[in-house]
Design a protein around this ligand. Structure first.
Ligand code: 2NL
Length: 357
């Protein structure tokens, strides 16, 4: 009986999992287990023998059962300890930061410009990027076969041969938005039309898609003097330079008469551009008084109203303000690159006068 006791207590203490422990329980004290069989043999014993063996067997059975229970608890504790060690969590670790989206520099500059013109009483107009050729050309005094149509490097939409509709183009400027605004609102009117425009051109200073902002003011006594004041107010606010000088040079556009190209004052110091200083000039914008035919195309009577209009490239303005050397940076590059050049796209424009830098 002592052999049995040693055998099972040793085996129980060496068991490594619950399944092994259950196996041992069946072998020892299960119905057909060794201890149970021994107990059955008690019947064949003399009363004296039974008196001695009975309590011993009972004690052995109790001892084995408690050893099994104790070992079961120990195994469960060990399993929990192992899990706790495995699933250890360092709550002092810093959280994972998520990459934040940022406003694209072109969007930011468009908002800055819109906010400045909003202060000057202009509202923002939008229109389709696929235009028919009447809105993109004819209404702007660029008739079919006019040489200016070729100068625009226009993208024409595909057409089936039997298509009866007017030819459609990717708008080459945002002027058609202004024609639509005139049709809708009539005169007097003050709007700007920012947005994407398309021309088939690609090099360091041209991308086939770029951004333009046009503006116009139509009223009963609008003149070039109003145009000059509005533009000077705009440049002062946009570049944050009070009293910035402009220079108007006679030019030609089919949609304005007279027409002027506008330069802003600048200088180069140690290879660096300084806007609003010195005696140099940089062209930034085209403008003029709206051609009577263009007013008429928009449903405005040129006998009663005049208007000024202007157009400029947003991308180039953004490059000038933030010192970005290559236009393609906006479209081919990423924000790390822009940050390298000091442009912080997280800085939001101040929509109530002035601009951020
Ligand atoms: C340039 C020149 C210009 C306009 C755009 C315009 C629009 C209408 C009527 C008359 Cl609806 N004019 N826009 C006028 C003069 C110049 O843009 O060099 N842009 C980048």
């Amino acid at each position: 009986m002592d052999d049995l006791r040693d055998k099972y207590l040793t085996a129980i203490s060496a068991a490594s999992d619950e399944a092994g422990l259950e196996e041992l329980r069946l072998q020892a004290v299960g119905k057909k287990g060794e201890v149970s069989l021994k107990m059955r043999e008690l019947g064949k014993m003399t009363p004296d023998e039974r008196q001695v063996a009975g309590p011993k067997l009972n004690a052995l059975k109790d001892e084995i059962n408690s050893a099994l229970a104790a070992k079961k608890d120990a195994l469960a504790d060990a399993a929990l300890d192992a899990r706790l060690a495995e699933e250890w969590l360092d709550v002092t670790l810093p959280g994972r930061t998520r990459g934040k989206g940022t406003v694209h520099p072109i969007s930011q500059v468009t908002e800055e410009i819109s906010a400045i013109f909003a202060d000057l009483g202009f509202s923002v107009a939008e229109g389709p990027q696929i235009e028919n050729d009447w809105y993109n050309f004819d209404a702007l005094n660029i008739p079919p076969h006019h040489p200016a149509r070729q100068e625009f490097d226009t993208f024409y939409m595909h057409r089936d041969e039997d298509d009866e509709r007017a030819p459609h183009v990717l708008r080459t400027h945002t002027s058609p938005v202004q024609i639509r605004a005139m049709e809708k609102t009539g005169a007097p009117i003050r709007v700007i039309a920012p947005g994407r425009v398309y021309r088939s051109d690609y090099d360091q200073t041209h991308t086939p898609m770029f951004h333009q902002i046009e503006g116009m003011a139509i009223g009963k006594d609008i003149s070039m003097a109003n145009l000059k004041w509005v533009l000077e107010e705009f440049f002062a606010a946009f570049f944050g330079i009070e009293g910035i000088k402009t220079r108007f040079r006679a030019s030609h556009f089919p949609f304005t008469e007279p027409s002027a190209e506008v330069d802003i004052q600048c200088s180069w110091v140690d290879g660096q551009l300084r806007i609003g200083e010195g005696d140099g000039w940089m062209e930034v914008l085209g403008s003029g008084m709206m051609h009577p035919k263009v007013l008429k195309a928009g449903g405005v009577d040129p006998e009663e109203y005049q208007g000024f209009a202007f157009g400029m490239g947003i991308d180039r303005l953004a490059m000038l303000k933030y010192g970005i050397p290559d236009l393609r940076a906006f479209f081919d590059s990423d924000l790390r690159w822009l940050r390298h050049y000091g442009f912080n796209p997280m800085v939001q424009p101040n929509l109530h006068g002035g601009v951020s830098g």
